[in-house]
Design a binder for this molecule. Sequence first.
Ligand code: ZN
Length: 470
Amino acid sequence: MPTPLRPARLRARLISVVVLCCALLGGLLTAQPAAAAIPVGNPDSYHVLVTKSRPLNPLNYIAPDLVYFPGTNYVLRRAVSANLQNLFGGARSAGAPLSVVSAYRSYSEQASLYNNYVAMYGQATADTLSARPGHSEHQTGLAVDVGNANGSCGLGSCFGNTPGGKWVAANAWRYGFIVRYPDGYQSTTGYTYEPWHLRYVGKPLATEMKTRGIPTLEHYFNGSNPTIKSATDLTAVDSSGVLWNYPPTFSGGLLQRTRVGGGWGGLKAGFATDWNADGVQDILAQWQDGRLTLYRGLRGGGFQSPIRVGGGWGVHEITVGTWWRGSRYPSVVARDGAGRLWHYANNTGGALSSQARAQFGSGWKTSRITLADFDRDGNQDVLATRTTGEMVLYRSNGKARFVDEGRRTIGSGWQSIDSAHAVSGFQGPASYGLTVRTGSGALRHYPITKGGWGGAFTIGDGWQNSLIFR
Ligand SMILES: [Zn+2]
């Protein structure tokens, strides 16, 4: 049974103290405040957040390592220039050549631009058209306005409908850029749609935002900070019963882990899932004594006290997923001791009801089960791994039934592989695959594409004593 834990690090002391005292009072499972340390206020950081209400500090900040963008008089920070050259190369290859329209602007350049707008339109209108000096992303050297090389729709919202505008919206993330002021988010960013204004944030963050569908930097930094940030995170219990969370790089790797809590030694299986569909990842825990408990994730980090979701699950192999396509909550697909397959509907986002179960298979005693959309049709399928090491595909119709068809064998040699679980986004937007542990303790990823398996690769070694969440 997990117990409230001591925060591992006493940095961010105030937050730790608050978390610790809440943990003692309410039995909360606490988490380290991880993203709080992101240097969004450091103007030298590629992640700096500059808005109309969050000026640069100091106001007259001068960006470091400014270089000329080749063949122009525009300057940008060195990494931005290098990645923009690659972006322009990609756009040219795609038949949408681009050029720079504006890049770094110093405090005094921004001041004269803004003052011109004030003189022409008055301050209220000027504020919707231009940032005040010290408040512009252009002063960071990380922002660039781009246009079609032929000049069409320059600095106009119609740029978004041109080949260049469409190309940057779809591809800028590959080079570490985001479209900073997307359509429909004026109330969040303070700016109307600017399909031409690209902001460099680095490839890891740009890829994460694209993969998780996060529309703006404000959503990313001012939004929630749950312990398990996304369904792409890897969660695992080590041999001393400590639960860890590993955020993904979204390019096929894992970042530094954060400690979630201790006392998880009696676990049989664990699942990170948004059980109550509130947008925050929860933990469903299957204990060796047969209890099934739910830890609802909190938006700001940590978890609520566990609630009992079911009992008598000591011998079942369970998986969690959207077995009934379109259902609001994820549900449980389980194999019981007699080899029968059951679907337990999750109708409330809370406890499971035995009345809500339905049998849909039998004779599975010698097969382990993994839920995955192997044929990429949007319906969860069951991958059956036999004791012989064969993996067989049971496609589903998305309504808790298997498709009536001959079964296809999609793998062999899987007898030494366990902990297989499907994950979206591990290699970036639209990617999908299985993360598994091999008999030698290697963590490997097997991409799944519409045509079948992609090239598998090793994420890391030394996982033999971990219980990896599915
Ligand atoms: Zn701009």
